[in-house]
Design a protein around this ligand. Sequence first.
Ligand code: FES
Ligand code: FES
Length: 207
Amino acid sequence: MSGGTDPQQADGPGGPRDHARPAADRGSHRNGVLLASGVTSNSGRTVLPELRMKVNGSPESLDVEPWAGLLDTLRDKLGLTGPKKGCEQGACGACTVLVDGVRIVSCLALAVQYDGREITTVEGADHPLREAFVRHDGLQCGYCTPGQICSAIGMLSEYAAGMPSSVAAEGLTDDEIRERMSGNLCRCGAYNGILDAIADVAARDAR
Ligand code: FES
Ligand code: FES
């Protein structure tokens, strides 16, 4: 094994070259401890990053490994099992949650990236889409449903903010909804009910 310094480690969070970066890029410091993006304290003692987030309206303070995923943290540390583990590679959308109102796939996110942010899972998503999914049979086994609902909430906000899609139709047509929800797969094929539920809520919003 070579005795040289691994350049990735040197460049990594808390590594020698990390301290040459602007503070905003390195994570925050509290009481001399590098939080959220590092594992060292001024005393040289190894500490786990402390993560502070608001989750479904409740402030949470967690010790997490720097490599812990957001999905695992929500499920295993906070017991929020709404977000589901499907593909674990960003392809199915079952793990979708909202960060400050914006949808993300939590299986591809490190928990420490979201220090100080507000996370909403389906458990905390108080939105008419939840009732609409039931009324329109927008589910069969329900495994994809928490991700579908969080994604649809984020999608409606994106649409309201004027974010374009590749369909670019006049109004939120069925094709627009299909395109904008194309990151959320349903192995049961409940797409017709999912579409109807979203279209119903979108039409009510438009009135
Ligand atoms: S589990 Fe995250 S996208 Fe499939
Ligand atoms: S309802 Fe079963 S995967 Fe969508």
